[in-house]
Each structure stands twice: as structure tokens, then as C-alpha cells.
Ligand binder design. Structure first.
Ligand code: AMP
Length: 391
């Protein structure tokens, strides 16, 4: 199902393409100009014309490639001027991603009058129910909460024309397959279906075979390829010196730098925040034990630059669109090599440069080697006197 297109080829074949070449309307071109986008990214150049034609699509692209706009733009074009009914549904794995996709609709659809709502768990039902009853054009939802609303008949999908399964691999990892099946069963088969996934394991291919009709495959970058704009380094360090090394690195950052630190556990994230505070650096933690309010606040503070350091577990690894992250630090090496790619996808987004530092203690050497195999490159080691193994 793969086109075998490499990132270099995709970029070479799309560098000359402009948004106007993609057949977009004048208001859309104006809103993209307002967003400051000069040219479509490779995934947009490939996916938008096909999606505009109504084709089913399978997009193999990690976050940071502009994939959200690649489906948001053609959906807005399709819905413009049509009747006020729920005509598009985007399923995403997490609430954070829901909010991001919704924001993307607001941004590219400014002035179109389209109503978009995001539906996710962890917050009250009432505002969502009221908005659904009032009628919306586009629903962006996590599968679990959407099922609740479907069961209560707050929403019906009789007029649904476009279904997007965003980060399909992640949704399946999170065990959403039964919910996805139940939701798709409510949508008539003559819809357009777009599926996006960073990876294409057999489960995702099976999902695509089940729900997509003669899909076109668009692919940016080799599977598991890390963004070319990220510089990677591994710091060999004894386990008990990881926090000290973190403080050492944080000290050397510039004032405008922002750092996303990944830990393996929730407890680990809290501990790192505490140690940073003791060293005089304020940081927020983002993980599943935090309430929705705390998570939103931590993200908002980080996005606004109020906090420069966010310490997260893998809950935050995917989909988060926080621009301007200069450093991703893997305090712990990710358990799954694929996760390395997603974690560092938080930096170097949309061709900005970023650094990805990975702390490697003795029992993580094997995992780093696996990561290197998966991303197809060796990561240079940096030894800091006083921190390397054996010190
Ligand atoms: P995504 O991969 O959808 O998470 O998008 C990553 C980031 O790229 C977001 O901050 C978008 O606003 C930005 N972006 C999307 N398309 C473009 C474009 N054509 N030019 C510049 N930035 C873009």
C-alpha cells in the first residue's frame, strides 16, 4: 500500500507548488496567507488535491508535517455554503489533539461561519450536549465520549459526508477499536474517509481495508523517520545523576528556549519537577493523574512561554502542537523505539530546528541501539565531565 516515496523525493517534487496550485478558494488562500504559510508542506501538496476530489486517503505522516491542515483545509472547502448539518467527523485519540484539530478548523475556517465543536471526556456533558443540540457542522471527538452522546441520541450522523480517523495507530494502541467500529457503523458507506497514521502496523492496515474505498496513499518520509530538522544527541549518564545532568543542561539554555522533558512514569515526572524547583527552575508536569484543568493550564502556560519547562509522560508525546519547542529531553529512553520518533516530533516542527537529548544510563544502552536502528541513524554521544558512566 506504500508509494515508497522518501522524504527527499516528496520534498523535491513539491517545493515549487503553491497553495494556489492546489485549487483552493480565494477565502481559503487568504486565511492561509493570514496564518503566514508560504507554501504547502509535502503532505498538504499531495493530500489536498486528492481530498478535494473526494477520494479516500491514507496519509502516512507523523505530527509536525502539517497533516492537520492537510485534512482540515479540504473539509472546510467542501462544507462551505452547504446546509447546516453535521457533515464532518474527526476522531482523534486524545483530548489535547481534539482541541488542536478544533483550533485548526477555527484558524483556517475563520469567517466562514462553520461551527466546530470538540467532544472529549473528563469535562461536563451539558455544554457539549447543548452545542450538539444547537447543531454543528464539524465534530472533533475522542471515541469514548462520542459514544456516550450517540447512545443518548444527542447527535445523529445521517448527513455525515466526511470521516477522518486521525492518528489511527495511536487510537488502536489506546484500545479504541470497538468504539471506532460502533461509531463508523452509524455512518453511511457513501462517505469520504481519510485515515492518518504515523505508522502502519497490520492493525491499521486492517482498519483501512475495512473502512476506506480504493484509498490513495500519501506518505511523507520513510516510516519511522525522524524530522530532518532535529539534531539528536545521547548523553551517557549514571541513573542517579540524571537529575543533576538535567539541571546542568537547563542552566545552559537561552532565555527564549523551551524544553519538553519526557519521563517514563507519572511519579518520575513529578519528581523531576520537584528537583528542578529545588534548583530554582519552575516547571509543570503533564500526565494522566493531573485533572483536565491542570493539564490545560500547564499547556497554556507552556505555550504562552510562562513556563519554559514541561515535564510529561507519553500522554503528551503525540499530536501536541506546541510551536517553538527548542529542546526535547528524554530523561528516560522510551520503552518503544517508535515512541522516540513521536517524542522528538515535538521539536523541529514545520522545518524549525530543534535539539533532542536522550539520557542513557547503563541499562538503557540496548534500547538506544534499537532506537538507532528504527530511525536509521547513529546518534552522536556527548560526554560531559563528571556525568559520564563510571564517574
Ligand atoms: P501538524 O503536523 O498538523 O501538527 O502541524 C504542525 C505545525 O505546522 C502546526 O503548527 C501548523 O500550524 C504548521 N503548519 C501547517 N502547515 C504549514 C505550512 N504550509 N507552512 C508553515 N507551517 C505550517
Amino acid at each position: 500500500m506504500s508509494t515508497g516515496l522518501t522524504l527527499a523525493q516528496a520534498e523535491a517534487s513539491t517545493t515549487e507548488i503553491t497553495f494556489a496550485d492546489l485549487g483552493l478558494s480565494a477565502p481559503m488562500l487568504a486565511s492561509l496567507a493570514r496564518a503566514g504559510y508560504e507554501r504547502p508542506t509535502p503532505i498538504q501538496a499531495q493530500a489536498v488535491p486528492l481530498a478535494l476530489k473526494g477520494r479516500d486517503l491514507m496519509g502516512l505522516a507523523q505530527t509536525g508535517t502539517g497533516k492537520t491542515a492537510a485534512f482540515t483545509i479540504p473539509i472546510i472547502e467542501r462544507l462551505l455554503g452547504g446546509p447546516k448539518r453535521t457533515r464532518a467527523l474527526i476522531l482523534t485519540p486524545t483530548r489535547e489533539l481534539c482541541q488542536q484539530v478544533e483550533a485548526s478548523f477555527q484558524k483556517y475556517g475563520e469567517g466562514t461561519g462553520l461551527d466546530v465543536i470538540s467532544i472529549y471526556g473528563g469535562v461536563g456533558y451539558e455544554p457539549q450536549t447543548a452545542a450538539l443540540r444547537a447543531g454543528v457542522d464539524v465534530i472533533v471527538a475522542t471515541p469514548g465520549r462520542l459514544i456516550d452522546h450517540l447512545e443518548k441520541q444527542h447527535v445523529i450522523f445521517d448527513d455525515l459526508e466526511v470521516l477522518v480517523l486521525d492518528e489511527a495507530d495511536r487510537m488502536l494502541d489506546m484500545g479504541f477499536a470497538p468504539q471506532i467500529n460502533r461509531i463508523v457503523a452509524q455512518i453511511h458507506p457513501y462517505r469520504q474517509t481519510l485515515l492518518f497514521s504515523a505508522t502502519m502496523p497490520p492493525e491499521v492496515e486492517a482498519l483501512a481495508r475495512k473502512y476506506l474505498r480504493k484509498p490513495q496513499v500519501v506518505q511523507v518520509g520513510r516510516r519511522s523517520q525522524a524530522a530532518a530538522t532535529v539534531r539528536h544527541y545521547v548523553y551517557p549518564v549514571p541513573k542517579h545523576k540524571k537529575t543533576e545532568l538535567l539541571v546542568h543542561l537547563v542552566k545552559s539554555l537561552d532565555a527564549e528556549d523551551s524544553v519538553l522533558v519526557f519521563t517514563r512514569t507519572k511519579h518520575g515526572a513529578d519528581r523531576v519537577v520537584q528537583h528542578l524547583a529545588e534548583a530554582g527552575y519552575s516547571a509543570d508536569a503533564l500526565h494522566a493523574d493531573k485533572s483536565q484543568g491542570q493539564r490545560e493550564q500547564a499547556l497554556a502556560r507552556f505555550k504562552a512561554g510562562t513556563t519554559k519547562i514541561l515535564v510529561a509522560t507519553d500522554i503528551a508525546q503525540r499530536g501536541l502542537d506546541i510551536s517553538g519547542i527548542t529542546h526535547v529531553i528524554n530523561y528516560d529512553v522510551p520503552q518503544q523505539a517508535e515512541d522516540y520518533v513521536h517524542r522528538i516530533g515535538r521539536t523541529g516542527r514545520a522545518a524549525k530546528e530543534g535539539d533532542a537529548f536522550t539520557f542513557m544510563c547503563a541499562d538503557e544502552i540496548g534500547m538506544v541501539r534499537t532506537v538507532e536502528r528504527v530511525i536509521g541513524q547513529e546518534i552522536p554521544r556527548i560526554s560531559i565531565p563528571g556525568f559520564d558512566f563510571g564517574t
